[in-house]
Design a binder for this molecule. Structure first.
Ligand code: SF4
Length: 99
């Protein structure tokens, strides 16, 4: 039986898009990928500079909670950013520790 790897069978540009909705679609497709844990671990080790790997968006060598949005940041941007960082860290830990 062959297991489908979404980024190998889907539109590859989706995983390297700058468009927030497309990034979210790539992340969603990664969720059920049988390679997710290895993919994420490898991206962290290689400090990937861009793209979605293992369901996380990487920019400049680090996973980031979300792409930069256009427009003026909200007044509580620092608090929201910190909360997103914590959520992302928990998500990454959960994937890396999954069996
Ligand atoms: S987890 Fe990795 S291998 Fe799987 S679809 Fe996402 S980017 Fe591709």
């Amino acid at each position: 039986m062959t297991v489908a790897i979404p980024c190998a069978t889907g539109p590859a540009d989706l995983w390297f898009s700058d468009v927030a909705d497309e990034i979210d679609r790539a992340r969603a497709l990664c969720v059920d990928c049988p390679m997710r844990r290895e993919c994420l671990r490898g991206a962290l080790e290689r400090a990937e500079t861009c793209g979605v790997w293992g369901g996380e968006l990487f920019l400049a060598g680090l996973p980031v909670p979300s792409p930069k949005r256009n427009g003026r940041p909200p007044k509580n941007a620092a608090v929201l950013d910190a909360q997103l960082q914590v959520q992302m860290r928990h998500r990454i830990d959960a994937v890396l520790m999954s069996v």
